[in-house]
Design a protein around this ligand. Structure first.
Ligand SMILES: Nc1ncnc2c1ncn2[C@@H]1O[C@H](COP(=O)(O)OP(=O)(O)OP(=O)(O)O)[C@@H](O)[C@H]1O
Length: 634
């Protein structure tokens, strides 16, 4: 049954009340409901640097009051100039005028306005500097948290496409959304400025405020509406955008270049990219055009409102109700207020829109892994005495109809070397993943020394298991680091790394590299050198020898080794796993026969078990498969 993620992000089996609602058309309440994400967002920002956060708030508060102060000083200047202009014929020339001292007040006022202007500029710069520093620190902190949280999730979560979409959106959060901080703080600042202007207006002409509101509300509602639409569009298109990225990468990456060329896939990929990109572009364009049209119309209403107010003010000044200074102050206040409110409302709905995106980030953080350590884990046996027992184990992959393994009974004695064989899809890898608790069984249980695996600490369990999978990762790191990933805290222990390389026969491969252990591997970076499939495998197998694992598992990481190498690798593996429990999976019978015991898996169940000789003599599936392979060599 597919996992579903509700708004709280927790996986809930099946639908039910916890089911996540598709965004569809968002109601106004839902849109503004997203603002609840702002307090936790600001808390996170504050936590990244309290000093910077405090500094930006304090400076913004000062800056918020500067516009009204400047405008008021401007009004005083105009009134002073008008008064002085009326008395200008009292002085013979400029010198007499200056000497009289009547201009002193005007000089002071002009000086004050200059001072305020300079202060506003300086504060503006400092605030944007602090904001950009703070944003960057926040982005870094949130990226780290994203990686940390992703590391706690289950493998099954990663295989779920809905989670992938959510992770993708959360990741986009950490890249393009850093303007949110400046917007939120800028808004708080603007609110203070608006309040200061409004107080001035109320004192002179309260009805101007009412006019202002009437002129602005339609524009605001329009903005809010289109923001939600654009979020919905982006949300519903996440899978396609992920596919777009995938197609783009497939079309141009080191890993795929070989096949893309040979199969001539370029045109196919480009066509696919075009189709998807064009469809997204069309949907986006439709929205952008509607937004521009409506936005223009609604803004025009605001402009009309401004001119109505202006005409009224002019008329009342002519009538003598207001001085010229009052007129400049009021008209200026109204114009500034209108612009400010428009910007404020516009950015408010943008903030609300972005806060919706925060939903993705926070709900991603709320997803909890199902596979975890118990509160009081049992100490891990050192050494393992009784071994491992699978009791009627069944497991089915998310969304799969078929059980990958079922009614699986199996005992692995401590110190035993076991080989698992079986046809493709028989369940060998699944069995290994269950052992490492990458998944937990849906039925039955797995016992280690008589206790359920789930009773042990997860990290300790994994530290005691060394698994190399068939699809091991080729890290684009140095050769030494590629081995050290087997035990990353020993990455500086060159002696240990070299010993591990000798055991897996990787030392010869590394010896041939120009820079030896310090050679960058893989083609992604300029100095990198690529290895052959088999050479990569030898390097990967060395990872298993880096740890002091009690249980070693090689899940077919040897498929690309030539017959002699595989034989040598397994021979060593067997010698080196002396006293350890070891499981090897291979399709090559020449190596499989080295094991103490061979288990044959078919459709998720053990069908045969015994030594090579016993199984051949029994004439069952193993004998048949062995005969098929042997016949190929005759
Ligand atoms: N991540 C997955 N999601 C869904 N189904 C899966 C997944 N991995 C494996 N399966 C299915 O589970 C079954 C067992 O797969 P498993 O990988 O364990 O087989 P295997 O014996 O290791 O095969 P091979 O020899 O090809 O490596 C197969 O039917 C496979 O299709």
């Amino acid at each position: 049954m597919p996992r579903q993620y509700n708004a709280g992000g927790r996986a809930t089996p099946g639908g039910g009340p916890g089911e996540r609602q598709p965004p569809g058309r968002q109601s106004l309440r839902q849109r503004f409901g997203a603002l609840r994400n702002l307090p936790p967002f600001l808390k996170l920002v504050w936590a990244t640097s309290p000093t910077l956060a405090f500094a930006t708030c304090a400076l913004r508060l000062v800056r918020a009051l500067l516009p009204v102060a400047t405008l008021f000083v401007g009004k005083l200047i105009v009134d002073e100039v008008v008064a002085l202009a009326q008395a200008h014929h009292a002085y013979a020339d400029a010198r007499a005028w200056l000497a009289s001292g009547v201009l002193t007040k005007l000089w002071w006022l002009l000086g004050a306005e200059l001072g305020l202007a300079v202060l506003a500029d300086v504060l503006g710069r400092v605030v944007s500097l602090i904001d950009s520093l703070l944003s960057e620190r926040y982005t870094n902190a949130i990226s780290v948290r994203l990686m940390q949280h992703a590391a706690t999730l289950d493998l099954e979560d990663f295989e779920d496409s809905e989670l992938q979409d959510r992770l993708e959106r959360a990741r986009r959060q950490t890249m393009g959304r850093t303007t949110l901080l400046s917007q939120v703080l800028g808004q708080a600042q603007d609110v203070v400025t608006v309040a200061s202007f409004a107080i001035g207006l109320v004192a002179y002409a309260p009805w101007l405020i009412a006019l202002l509101v009437v002129a602005l509300v339609p524009a605001f509602v329009g903005e809010a509406h289109f923001n939600a639409q654009s979020y919905t569009l982006n949300y519903t298109w996440t899978p396609e955008r992920r596919e777009l990225d995938y197609v783009r990468q497939t079309g141009a990456s080191v890993e795929t270049a070989k096949e893309v060329k040979i199969f001539g896939l370029n045109d196919f990929l480009i066509r696919r990219y075009r189709e998807l990109a064009d469809a997204f572009y069309r949907a986006n364009r439709r929205l952008a055009i509607r937004r521009a049209g409506w936005g223009g119309l609604l803004t025009a209403i605001g402009t009309v409102g401004y001119y109505v107010a202006y005409a009224f003010l002019a008329w009342r000044t002519v009538r003598g109700d207001f001085s010229i200074g009052d007129l400049t102050f009021l008209a200026g206040s109204f114009r500034r207020l209108r612009n400010l409110l428009e910007a404020l409302l516009g950015s408010f709905s943008q903030v609300a829109g972005q806060a919706l995106y925060l939903d993705d980030l926070f709900s991603f953080f709320r997803i909890e892994p199902e596979i975890r350590s118990p509160a009081n884990p049992r100490p891990f046996p050192q050494p393992i005495v009784a071994g491992l027992v699978f009791e009627n184990v069944g497991f089915r992959y998310e969304g799969a109809e078929r059980w990958a393994v079922r009614h699986l009974d199996l005992a692995l004695a401590a110190g035993e070397v076991i080989a698992l064989v079986g046809e493709n899809g028989a369940g060998k890898t699944t069995l290994v993943k269950l052992l490492a608790r990458l998944y937990d069984p849906d039925e039955g249980r797995i016992l280690l020394d008589g206790h359920d695996l789930r009773e042990y600490d997860l990290a300790e369990l994994r530290a005691n298991i060394g698994v190399i999978f068939q699809d091991f990762v080729r890290y684009h790191l140095s050769a030494a680091e590629n081995i050290a990933v087997g035990r990353i805290d020993a990455r500086d222990d060159r002696a240990r790394i070299e010993a591990a390389a000798r055991r897996s026969l990787a030392d010869e491969v590394i010896g041939r590299l120009p820079k030896g252990y310090d050679q960058q591997l893989g083609k992604r970076f300029r100095s990198g050198v690529d290895l052959s499939g088999g050479e990569w495998q030898k390097v990967a197998i060395a990872r298993a020898y880096m740890r002091d694992a009690q249980l070693l598992i090689l899940d077919e990481p040897t498929a690309a080794l030539d017959a002699r190498s595989e034989y040598d690798v397994f021979q060593r593996f067997k010698e080196l796993s002396e006293g350890k429990t070891a499981v090897l999976i291979s399709h090559r019978f020449s190596t499989v026969r080295m094991a103490d015991r061979i288990l044959v898996l078919d459709a998720g169940r053990i069908v045969e078990s015994g030594t090579h000789a016993q199984l051949v003599a029994a004439g069952g599936t193993y004998a048949e498969l062995f005969e098929l392979q042997a016949a190929g060599y005759r």
